[in-house]
Design a protein around this ligand. Structure first.
Ligand SMILES: Nc1ncnc2c1ncn2[C@@H]1O[C@H](COP(=O)(O)OP(=O)(O)OP(=O)(O)O)[C@@H](O)[C@H]1O
Length: 776
């Protein structure tokens, strides 16, 4: 077994960074070799990768080129046919980014940089109307002991023999799997639990990753990286395990060490390696303390670094970042790009980032660059330091003292304001695109054809069923631990939200005081007929108020967590049921405690007949039910905005069908079927009916010493309830003659269960799904 690979006797047939990428004055050839890497090294590759608004399966880079060259008539016709149909956001191209390289995607706004990144990472959402073509994969190099017939010879250092031995290397193609954490994709919308510190965030993330039944990943990668570090920059020599091999079966020292490393150590090492120790205990959401995106270098650095830290917790195979410098000042931006560059080298992973107008110092940090023109037309892909010579060779000289990045972006920008200039710009871009594609074709023989190697397994995917079953079982056994972690995280996030919690506390006390002062007849504490309407209204107001607060708070929090949860769910870090249950257990007691305060204040300040316990129980269960409704809406809604507006709409409907008319109902007029169904799903209805039933059942009116005239004066105010004799009469008039408090509460409980199940379903089946690119 080959145990180390820190030397390769120069027999790398195209060792990525050494072949064509360095010191090649001929821009054209450097570009093409950068793109293909000569086939010898590990890295991220893509072939004919494009994205169009129309379905068009036949377009390849070859066809595009044929069309430009006016070559094979048949091909050109096919291409034009597709062009007619397909509206390309990203014209098909093929390329390569080597292990350990940082590649920046440059281009004007709307050129297709994010689209390209999503196509590479396999994260083009289903239903977006986009159609990807081609494929992207990771090419890994395996050093095999002995003389394998299908590999290329290489000299590899065998630690056990302390000697260099001739070994074979095999190049394997792996499908990149988001679920397995192969791809770290940092998007512009990424978010965090704002109340946690970076240390806690990383501890929770690493703990969840370790407990998700894919425990072999960290150990195995830890091993891989350890070996790579010894590689002295030989980015293309990587000793790998055979597929399906489980690290637990391995007796390597390094693996054992990583196995015993706990999640605290993993988090600490990530923090240290990213230089985040100084801000490790500051709350993430505390942007003022951190300096946010402006002014304070530490703050901005932290904001960028924390994203990177979390994405790297899983030791990804490929690192992609969409504008990681957005919102940072230039010094902070430089630091973040430098960090990604260092990590790319240290971990030997290909890293690709999109950049908006990078300054010269950032440009110098890039190893490679990809230039995209509008329409996603690739005009350059290769070593960053060869870019200017490449363009000089085709007649575009970068002026002295000009930032090459700006020069490149200007080259592919269309001046839409001036029609003549716009025409000239488009012609130049087409020329550049065409020239670039032509330089690629010369190395096409290095590429696997689509029939080659039907390898569809992801990097970490196990090949044997028994291993799969073992992994599943291991994951199930760890469910309680994951639940505990999620519970702690939710609980901390909730309890530390001090300002919001204080505001809520003050709000419920003030609302209870306000309601008690509005309904004065209830305040007197006398069970008199005149107070019936006020009692119904008071209880109803309380229910509506608490339901609104619980629903909105849940939607807001859920919406803010959404991107984190989606990211974690994409990787199958935990089961959606575990997440939902943890949220319920962590959040609902706190929500219910506000209801408790409200109930206590209301009962103390008014003469409500309902007991304190009944009031508390009902308001608390109502809160639970509305929080569950919030989870359900949040789990189905496609976006934060959609969740919030749907929440308001739904609550209004449930309120309208749920409130009781205090003037009484007409028993001869039964509500229509739709109303009945809607009412069944209204927690507001069940809570109001429960409280009203508890309030009036068995109530005997007290005599008011106000004489006949005084009593007659009150009758008009009581409407249809003017002639009631006692509480039971009131309930009959309100349509609750046979209602029982316990039954109504059971309905409310049942409704909470239904909403909880719906949230589980929504979270499980309505998450983001992506369109995969073709698998080679
Ligand atoms: N789902 C979609 N449907 C239609 N057009 C889309 C879709 N997604 C993106 N586009 C369009 O594709 C083009 C490329 O978008 P993309 O976001 O990739 O550009 P970009 O280079 O990343 O821009 P920026 O620098 O402004 O982020 C834009 O014109 C955009 O409007």
């Amino acid at each position: 077994t080959i145990v180390d690979a820190d030397y390769d006797a120069g027999n790398r047939d195209g060792g990525n960074r050494d072949d064509g990428l360095h010191g090649d004055d001929d821009g054209s050839s450097s570009s093409s070799s950068a793109r293909t890497g000569g086939g010898g090294g590990g890295g991220l590759r893509w072939r004919d990768l494009g994205v169009s608004l129309d379905e068009c399966s036949h377009v390849t880079t070859d066809l595009v080129l044929d069309a430009y060259d006016g070559g094979d008539e048949n091909s050109a016709t096919r291409y034009h046919h597709c062009l007619d149909q397909a509206n390309w956001l990203l014209h098909p191209s093929s390329g390569y980014v080597a292990d350990g390289c940082l590649c920046g995607i440059l281009g004007p706004s709307g050129a297709g940089k994010s689209t390209f990144l999503n196509a590479l990472g396999g994260t083009i959402p289903r239903g977006s109307g986009l159609h990807p073509t081609g494929c992207a994969w990771y090419e890994g190099i395996t050093i095999i002991d002995g003389n394998s017939t299908d590999g290329t010879a290489a000299m590899v250092h065998d630690r056990r023999r302390d000697d260099f031995v001739r070994s074979s290397r095999r190049s394997d193609r792996y499908r990149l799997s988001h679920r397995d954490g192969d791809v770290a994709l940092l998007t512009q919308n990424d978010n965090f639990f704002g109340m946690l510190t970076p240390r806690e965030t990383l501890v929770f993330a690493s703990y969840l990753e370790m407990q998700n039944g894919k425990g072999g990943r960290m150990g195995r990668d830890g091993n891989r990286n350890k070996m790579r570090r010894g590689g002295g920059g030989g980015g293309d020599t990587t000793t790998e395990y055979e597929e399906g091999e489980d690290y637990e079966d391995d007796d390597d020292d390094v693996v054992r060490m990583v196995k015993t490393q706990n999640h605290f150590e993993v988090a600490e090492s990530k923090l240290a390696s990213l230089g985040l120790m100084g801000v490790a205990d500051r709350k993430i959401g505390d942007r003022t303390a951190l300096g946010g995106g402006g002014g304070d270098n530490d703050g901005g650095w932290f904001l960028g670094g924390r994203f990177v830290a979390l994405e790297l917790i899983t030791e990804p195979r490929v690192f992609l970042a969409d504008e990681p410098t957005t919102g940072l000042d230039s010094a902070q931006a430089e630091k973040v790009v430098k960090l990604i560059s260092d990590l790319a080298k240290e971990r030997n992973v290909p890293s690709i980032i999109t950049l908006h107008q990078p300054k010269a110092s950032i440009w110098r940090t890039l190893d490679e660059c990809i230039l995209l023109a509008p329409g996603g037309k690739m005009c350059y892909a290769g070593r960053a330091d060869n870019a200017t010579s490449y363009f000089r060779n085709i007649g575009y000289e970068c002026p002295v003292d000009t930032n090459p990045a700006e020069f490149l972006i200007d080259l592919v920008t269309i001046d839409t304001e001036d029609p003549v200039q716009s025409h000239a710009d488009e012609a130049r871009i087409n020329l550049l695109h065409h020239h670039f594609l032509r330089t690629c074709r010369s190395t096409e023989h290095d590429w696997p054809s689509s029939e080659d190697g039907k390898l569809t397994k992801s990097w970490r995917q196990s090949s044997s069923i028994s291993t799969l079953i073992r992994t599943k079982l291991r994951s199930m056994m760890k469910a309680p631990k994951r639940f505990g972690t999620l519970l702690r995280r939710s609980f901390r996030q909730n309890i530390r939200n001090t300002n919001t919690n204080l505001i809520r506390l003050v709000a419920v006390i003030m609302q209870a005081c306000l309601f008690s002062s509005i309904f004065k007849s209830v305040r007197h504490g006398k069970s008199v007929p005149k107070s019936v309407a006020d009692r119904v209204a008071l209880l109803t107001y309380g229910v509506i108020n608490l339901s609104m607060m619980a629903l909105m708070k849940t939607l807001d929090l859920f919406a803010r967590e959404r991107s984190v949860v989606m990211r974690e769910r994409m990787r199958c870090t935990y089961h959606s049921l575990e997440y939902i249950l943890a949220k319920v257990v962590a959040e609902i007691p706190l929500d219910a405690s506000f209801s408790l305060v409200f109930a206590v204040v209301l009962k103390t300040l008014t003469g409500l007949r309902t007991s304190m316990t009944t009031l508390i129980n009902t308001y608390c269960l109502l809160t639970v039910s509305c929080a569950c409704l919030g989870f359900a809406i949040g789990s189905f809604a496609p976006s934060v905005d959609a969740a919030m507006s749907t929440g308001i709409f739904v609550n209004v409907i449930l309120m309208v069908v749920g409130v009781i008319n205090p003037s009484g109902v007409n028993p001869d007029e039964s509500p229509n079927r739709i109303m009945e169904v809607l009412a069944f799903f209204s927690p507001i209805k069940w809570a109001i009916e429960s409280l009203v039933t508890a309030e009036f059942r068995g109530m005997i009116f007290e005599n008011e010493d106000k004489g006949l005239w005084g009593q007659l004066k009150d009758l008009p105010k009581m409407g249809a309830l003017a002639l009631v004799q006692n509480g039971d009469d009131v309930l009959i008039n309100l349509g609750l003659g046979t209602a029982k408090y316990a039954d109504l509460m059971r309905r409310l409980g049942l409704l909470s269960g239904i909403y909880l199940s719906l949230s589980w379903f929504g979270l499980s089946y309505f998450g983001p799904t992506f369109i995969g690119t073709d698998v080679i």
